[in-house]
Design a protein around this ligand. Structure first.
Ligand code: ASP
Length: 440
């Protein structure tokens, strides 16, 4: 049986196993269609309240989880040789996945030319809303490039923590974790403290998952009711380009990565993480999905050592789905505004997307904010971009959900490859009874 057939079957079985979440998704689409935001403002407000409450609850555990996971992960790895080996492999595999992602996105956008017939689409309301934030973001980056890099080094880790600024927090916690490992036995009580925090956050996550079906229902319903389905007809070329690139990444690149760099059975891994994939789609947040990604991977045999090191870093830094959308969106804008797309410019867009995507937080909408970094890098002005930008924002939420699936899946793919390479994967658990069913 072909690789993608295996993947599709595994996903279908995953959907069957998570029928309640899937029903939440379908109902969400239906309710969103029958109660458009403009005509049913009150229904929308209720749905949006439930959706936001779900996101808040789920995000509540993210910070303690990321911190405790990194500290446990680094201290589990223990000796610095192994840490360097894990770290370098992680960077290598995340790097390969993201470079492939931006290359595929660029080729598809150049061949399909989605921006050519997009000029007629202008929504005056959204234009106004977006104009301010786009102008501001680009202006800030223009004036503060050096500062942006300096800010990655937290001079006050607690300030970074309080403002939820993830990359400086991760930098600080990683250094702190290595120091704890080096300090030896004396650091044991502190590591145990973080182990307790980790265990408690995983427990809270279990409870949160009881709310997954209503939460995902509300999230999907609010998204569909805000932008409706008509918009898909008008900008179908852009939508098809994105879906195609994400599908190639999901159905072809990830399985090839698994085949080339490990002996992990593709179908079984996809089946193992199917819950995380669906929650990623519903929440559009890698960070919010992180607890579940870790649970799925650990339950199916990837060691805690690998999960707690690779997955939290991946959920923050590895955003290949985001990079795909950013490349296609910027090329779309360039085509829409008649900018000559020379090979050098395309290369620049792709390279900037790698940086921009990895600075995106794992939360809904982050990728559309950091896209300003790419546009600014290729010398576009806010005045040129406002109409196109507002267009992208109109359908943003649905693609956010789709790209988050890739962001989360690729984290698990890299974790599985590293676990395989380092003998940290329990194949009996991965290919257990449920795994057998997935393959049947
Ligand atoms: N929503 C994405 C994620 O959480 C980030 C983004 O592209 O906006 O992975």
């Amino acid at each position: 049986m072909g690789l993608h057939m295996q993947v599709i079957i595994a996903l279908l079985l995953g959907i069957k196993r998570n029928g309640h979440i899937f029903i939440g998704l379908i109902l969400g689409v239906l309710v969103g269609l029958f109660f458009p935001k403009d005509s049913y403002g009150q229904v929308y407000s209720i749905l949006s309240f439930i959706a936001k409450a779900f996101i808040n609850i789920i995000q509540m555990v993210v910070l303690p989880l990321v911190i405790s996971a990194i500290i446990i992960g680094v201290s589990n790895i223990g000796d610095s040789k192994q840490l360097a080996k894990f770290g370098s492999k992680m960077i290598l595999y995340y790097g390969i996945i993201t470079v492939l992602a931006v290359s595929i996105a660029a080729i598809i956008a150049i061949v399909m030319q989605p921006g050519l017939n997009a000029q007629s689409l202008v929504n005056p309301d959204i234009i106004q809303n977006v104009q301010g934030s786009v102008t501001e973001a680009i202006q800030y980056q223009k004036e503060n490039m050096v500062q942006i890099f300096l800010d990655l080094i937290p001079k006050n880790p607690f300030e970074a923590l309080a403002s939820g600024n993830m990359i400086p927090v991760i930098i600080f916690v990683s250094i702190f974790a290595v120091a704890l490992t080096r300090a030896g036995e004396i650091s044991r009580p502190l590591v145990s403290f973080f182990e307790s925090i980790f265990a408690a956050t995983m427990k809270v996550t279990d409870w949160i998952m009881y709310l997954a079906a209503p939460g995902i229902f509300a999230l999907t319903a609010t998204a569909v009711s805000s932008f409706g389905v008509e918009i898909f007809g008008v900008i179908s070329k852009y939508a098809i380009a994105i879906c195609l690139a994400l599908a190639i990444q999901f159905f072809i690149i990830y399985p090839i990565m698994l085949k080339v760099f490990s002996k992990v059975p593709v179908g079984r891994l996809y089946a193992a993480i199917s819950e995380a994939i669906m929650v990623a789609f519903g929440t559009a947040s890698s960070s919010a999905t992180l607890p579940l990604t870790i649970t799925c991977c650990e339950k199916r045999g990837i060691s805690n050592k690998v999960c707690s090191f690779v997955l939290p870093l991946g959920a923050t830094l590895n955003m290949d789905g985001t990079a795909i959308i950013q490349v296609i969106a910027v090329i779309f804008l360039a085509q829409m505004y008649g900018i000559d797309l020379s090979p050098l410019l395309i290369f620049e867009i792709a390279a900037l997307a790698i940086v921009a995507s990895s600075t995106s937080a794992g939360i809904p909408g982050a990728g559309m904010i950091t896209i300003a970094l790419i546009l600014n890098g290729i010398g576009l002005t806010p005045q040129q971009l406002v109409v196109g930008f507002s267009l992208l924002f109109t359908i943003e939420r649905f693609f956010d959900m789709l790209r988050t699936i890739c962001n989360v899946t690729s984290d698990a793919i890299v974790a599985a490859i590293i676990a395989d390479n380092e003998n940290e994967l329990n194949y009996e658990l991965l290919c257990g009874v449920e795994g057998e069913k997935a393959q049947a």
